[in-house]
Design a protein around this ligand. Structure first.
Ligand SMILES: Cc1cc2nc3c(=O)[nH]c(=O)nc-3n(C[C@H](O)[C@H](O)[C@H](O)COP(=O)(O)OP(=O)(O)OC[C@H]3O[C@@H](n4cnc5c(N)ncnc54)[C@H](O)[C@@H]3O)c2cc1C
Length: 494
């Protein structure tokens, strides 16, 4: 019998009779809890009385026509488990369940259900096709189409349709003489793939956007369709609600460890892949430990994905496990200000050659802006406090130079969030891990993840179910490139 076709009782017995191997990266306190959990499970399953009671219980439900036991709060088994219930985890859960609502269990494990630190809730929500890599352009084009039809995709029966406030007002990238060559190259590729972008000389820029100072600008690239911004929280909530309505289960808890087996010494035709992991430990809100068995695991833990990878010994072992996941949190500030006489409806999301960006927030004279710090300015990531001096020294001078009406603005509020920054090549790290054939990653978006979520969910679903890409081929984004030291750089990182 295949362990994935067992019923509840069979699975419980199988699970408890298994010999567990090691857990890595788990604190000694949690390790104690895991040990206790295992001892208690062994005691319970050792007792015939308990087994008889379970059988009686199942039989009485059978008599009442309710053969299957109610779903436990934390399931013992799920064919697909996703770590991280942010935009990526939720989009993947939606795509899997939307494909086949009744065929398999999908469980999303999220330790911060209010999303106080998750990047998705703290994002600026920009969407653009102005990238230098084919895959990124295609992912974003797919997502723009999805956002336009979001009500059709994500509405839930008897509930208001989702409102993600999509504002397709465009993106405007500005380049100095040094950046023109790259802009021309990108433009050619973007047009070939179907993105609606146009190049503008300084006099045209001034005509179209009279509030803009074009001093020092040699060219602008304006995306006039499918680019703009939306409400990230609105999209995250809509994905989650829809995924749940289709049967995905969200568990509030933190993944704190795994069990895995090392087959690397096995040889011959029947040799299994080098490592195998099918069990993880979750600590729930009250500190209780649960063990979940999975068929496939997706790690979509955003800026914390490398911490989860370490629990699987990734980056700490030998051979394929010696390469760490190159993702780390990088703190980014977003500043809010008012300017009653500032640019109105025709203002796109503007990116200055210095990387300073600004966009409208509604139509009441409110704006948000920011800039990624230079490598030597990277702030401490241990907290999400905002550095207001950074605005004064590194954002405002560029902002007021480019849009002179912003000369006497004052910051009214601000927030900070973490980019899930890929230190290797600033592009998504996608697909299976070479050492664990049933463990997949979707992380490392480095500041352009929220806009790709609809397409990433679909791509992961195709990879897991069809075992190939049907819509957009993302093979070049697979983790293998890190192992082969073959970076794939995206030139347009903001
Ligand atoms: C300030 C800012 C502005 C941005 N602007 C844009 C933009 O304009 N356009 C754009 O496309 N992108 C933007 N981004 C990037 C985008 O927001 C992210 O790439 C995207 O939200 C990543 O989504 P995620 O689901 O992978 O990560 P997250 O939203 O962080 O979700 C991961 C989740 O995993 C959970 N988790 C982690 N470890 C565990 C564990 N052990 N157990 C259980 N749960 C765990 C976390 O609690 C978290 O909620 C911006 C990001 C920031 C911070």
């Amino acid at each position: 019998m295949n362990k994935f076709s067992m019923n509840f009782l069979q699975r419980t017995r199988y699970f408890n009779n298994r010999f567990f191997f090691r857990t890595y990266g788990v604190s000694s306190e949690d390790l104690e809890k895991i040990k206790k959990f295992k001892e208690e499970q062994a005691k319970i399953m050792g007792s015939n009385k308990r087994t008889i009671n379970l059988l009686k219980d199942e039989f009485s439900r059978y008599k009442k026509g309710k053969f299957y036991p109610p779903e436990p709060k934390v399931p013992k088994y799920s064919e697909y488990v996703i770590i991280g219930g942010g935009i990526m985890g939720s989009s993947i859960a939606y795509a899997l369940k939307n494909r086949a609502p009744d065929s398999f269990e999908v469980t999303v494990i999220e330790r911060d259900p209010k999303y106080t630190r998750s990047s998705s809730a703290l994002s600026v929500g920009g969407i653009r096709q102005q990238f230098s890599l084919e895959e990124n352009i295609k992912l974003s084009l797919y997502s723009a189409e999805f956002l336009r039809n979001v009500k059709q995709h994500l509405s839930v029966l008897d509930d208001d349709p989702p409102d993600i406030q999509f504002q397709p007002q465009g993106y405007l990238f500005l380049a100095t003489e040094d950046g023109v060559e790259q802009m021309l190259q990108n433009h050619k590729l973007q047009r070939e793939i179907g993105a609606k972008v146009e190049l503008l000389k300084p006099n045209h820029l001034k005509q179209k956007f009279p509030w803009l100072n074009v001093e020092g600008i040699a060219m602008g690239s304006y995306g006039f369709e499918n680019e703009g911004w939306f409400d990230p929280w609105g999209l995250l909530s809509a994905f989650k609600k829809k995924a749940c309505s289709l049967g995905a289960q969200y568990v509030n808890g933190e993944v704190i460890g795994f069990e895995f087996e090392n087959h690397s010494l096995e040889r011959g035709e029947d040799a299994k892949p080098s490592y195998q992991a099918n069990y993880l430990y979750v600590k729930d809100e009250v500190g209780e430990i649960h063990c979940v068995e999975f068929g496939f695991l997706v790690i979509a833990a955003g800026a914390y994905s490398a911490d989860v990878a370490k629990l699987l010994n990734i980056g700490q072992g030998d051979g394929l496990l010696s390469v760490p996941l190159p993702v780390e949190p990088r703190k980014r500030y977003v500043y809010v200000f008012n300017c009653d006489s500032g640019p109105g409806i025709n203002m796109p999301l503007l990116i200055d050659p210095t990387g300073t960006y600004v966009r409208r927030e509604g139509l009441g004279g409110k704006y948000i802006c920011g800039r990624s710090p230079a490598p030597n300015e990277e702030p401490d990531v241990s907290n999400l406090e905002v550095d207001y001096n950074f605005f004064e020294s590194s954002v405002w001078p560029h902002l007021s130079k480019r849009i002179p009406i912003f000369d006497c603005i004052k910051v009214s509020s601000a927030w900070a969030g973490y980019y899930d920054y890929n230190t290797f090549d600033q592009n998504v790290l996608f697909g299976p891990h070479p050492a664990y054939p049933n463990i997949f990653f979707a992380t490392g978006f480095s500041g352009h993840g929220i806009q790709m979520a609809p397409a990433i969910g679909r791509a992961m679903m195709e990879l897991l179910i069809d075992k190939t890409y049907v819509t957009i081929d993302l093979q070049r984004f697979h983790l293998n490139r890190v192992f082969h030291n073959a970076p794939l750089y995206e030139q347009h990182i903001v």
